[in-house]
Design a protein around this ligand. Structure first.
Ligand code: HEM
Length: 143
């Protein structure tokens, strides 16, 4: 009897098929946060907010993207609560974050893999912004 793959398996398989592997995720995360740290708008927020140091943050973000793209379930965190607790976080920060993420994707990934990462990052960025706006009692951002 043939095994019918679940939606999760199809998704993780797609990512693997376009070359998304743990080493690629590691390279992406490290290169991306290298840019973030040097960015005049984003860097200071991270330097101020990061609780347990960059090594812990980078390991956490590798787990995050591994969970999102390869469905490994390794990430155990509360991204909404973490971002909602940053008082001066604005839509412009998300625009810049996504810009730097796209730049890094072009360097590190194949075009197919880059498109999958970018689509996920955009969706997650939007849902974080919606959640933040709702918690602050504001109107959600339009973009
Ligand atoms: C699509 C956009 C973004 C994604 C996917 C993302 C993802 C994440 C994740 C998964 C975490 C770990 C959460 C946890 O520990 O539970 C995190 C933490 C954090 N993010 Fe974001 N983020 C995004 C945008 C931003 C932006 C625009 C900023 C602005 C500077 C930001 C600043 C931070 C900070 C300061 C932390 C806490 C670091 C720490 O204490 O380790 N993030 N982010």
């Amino acid at each position: 009897m043939s095994h019918r793959p679940s939606a999760r398996e199809i998704h993780a398989g797609e990512a693997a098929a376009v070359g998304i592997t743990e080493p690629v995720i590691r390279e992406l995360v490290h290169a991306f946060y290298g840019r973030v740290r040097q960015d005049p708008r984003l860097g200071p927020i991270f330097d101020r907010e990061i609780a347990d140091g960059w090594d812990v943050h980078l390991a956490k973000l590798c787990d995050f993207w591994s969970s999102v793209m390869l469905m490994t379930g390794r990430f155990k965190g509360q991204p909404m609560a973490v971002h909602a607790a940053i008082p001066d976080l604005e839509p412009a920060h998300f625009v810049r974050w996504l810009e730097l993420f796209d730049q890094t994707l072009r360097e590190v990934c194949t075009p197919e893999a880059a498109a999958m990462f970018a689509a996920k990052a955009q969706m997650i960025g939007q849902s974080l912004q919606l959640g933040i706006a709702a918690r602050r009692g504001e109107l959600p951002p339009v973009t």
